[in-house]
Design a protein around this ligand. Structure first.
Ligand SMILES: NC(=O)c1ccc[n+]([C@@H]2O[C@H](COP(=O)([O-])OP(=O)(O)OC[C@H]3O[C@@H](n4cnc5c(N)ncnc54)[C@H](OP(=O)(O)O)[C@@H]3O)[C@@H](O)[C@H]2O)c1
Length: 318
């Protein structure tokens, strides 16, 4: 397919830093990052009868998405909803599938549950907030900078904790005195211990990233700091889990890529909700393909809202 736009994920930055384990596992360095693209079909294999050149599509890739052309299995391709521009479509799959998997396949949220969503204004956070509300949950979003709060409120969160001006856990206790049913945490070291402590009985802590370990200087995190944070990362005791009736769940979708049926089921549900107007894609900030370094720097600054997307001029002119 000819790529019109490419979604950027925090994992792309980690891949670039040389620290993404599934990049080492499946490809080996050097590796081209990129998990998601949108564009138009150029050519189909003989066995593909339901797509034709020119069809507007979204595709998920396991690496190699930062490209003007990609060749992918039919099962990784989904029709682009007409209502979405190529940029919004490229930014949809990874964050939506991550949020969908966390909430519906692992945490099994129920109406009435109280959720705490860290980094709620980010790509994954934007979808967690919306899926939580769609499911009838009370959603408390956490942001690290004041300019992000309005975006989380607009997505439907019941309350937003701005940890740059408020004491996170005092506020969290005010909103959920009995603890949270589900906490979604991709911060890692900076919040993981307290997230676990703030679970209600039968509460589930979903761990899906470690971005607070990745404070970078000149594009690379300090090795000593990384090692120190690794050692300080909480290890959960099976005795404590059982006594307190708490669960800790973790996942990384890039290791689940072979589960094509799962990805198809998730995408089908996400596209249906989108079509029905029940969810919106994350807001998108565009960068030219050549400005990918700026996009990574901005994402690593921790200040962005929604998704960052690269646009490919070359393909757009086809
Ligand atoms: N396990 C999986 O399968 C899977 C799949 C997709 C994404 N993820 C993970 O989900 C998380 C969110 O990914 P995303 O692409 O949607 O990114 P994002 O949330 O749009 O951006 C990252 C956010 O993390 C927070 N943050 C905290 N410490 C940071 C640091 N040192 N550097 C940069 N940001 C920092 C910032 O928000 P606040 O300051 O507002 O908290 C920042 O905006 C990442 O950890 C990513 O690795 C996991």
């Amino acid at each position: 397919m000819a790529v019109a736009a490419i979604g950027i994920n925090f994992a792309d930055c980690v891949t670039r830093m040389g620290l993404y384990s599934s990049a080492k596992h499946y490809v080996g360095y050097p590796v081209t990052p990129g998990f998601e693209v949108s564009g138009t079909v150029l050519e189909c294999g003989a066995a593909v009868t339901d797509l034709e050149p020119g069809t507007a599509v979204i595709a998920v890739t396991r690496f190699n998405g930062y490209a003007t052309r990609v060749c992918v299995d039919r099962k990784q391709v989904f029709l682009k909803p007409q209502r979405l521009a190529f940029e919004a479509a490229a930014g949809l799959p990874t964050v939506s599938l991550t949020a969908w998997f966390a909430l519906f396949q692992l945490a099994h949220i129920q109406a009435g549950d109280t959720l705490l969503v860290h980094s709620a204004a980010g790509g994954v956070g934007s979808m967690l907030v919306q899926f939580g509300k769609l499911s009838g949950c009370k959603v408390i979003g956490v942001v690290g900078a004041s300019h992000k709060a309005a975006a989380v409120t607009a997505l439907g969160a019941d309350a937003v904790i701005d940890k740059s001006t408020q004491e996170l856990w005092t506020e969290a206790e005010r909103h959920a005195p009995g603890g949270f049913d589900v906490i979604l945490d991709a911060n890692g070291i900076s919040t993981l211990k307290q997230s676990y402590r703030h679970l209600a009985p039968v509460g589930r802590l979903v761990v899906y990233g470690f971005h607070s370990m990745l404070v970078t200087r000149n594009g690379l995190p300090g090795k000593l700091r990384l090692a120190w944070d690794y050692l300080r990362t909480p290890r959960f005791s099976p005795f404590d889990l059982t006594t307190r009736n708490r669960s800790v769940l973790g996942f990384n979708l890039s290791y689940l890529f072979e589960k094509r049926e799962l990805i198809a089921t998730g995408m089908q549900q996400i596209l249906q909700w989108l079509d029905e107007g029940k969810i919106v894609p994350p807001t998108v900030t565009h960068y030219a393909f050549e400005s990918v370094a700026d996009a990574h720097r901005d994402l690593e600054s921790g200040q962005t809202v929604g998704k960052l997307v690269l646009t490919c001029q070359e393909s757009a002119q086809l």
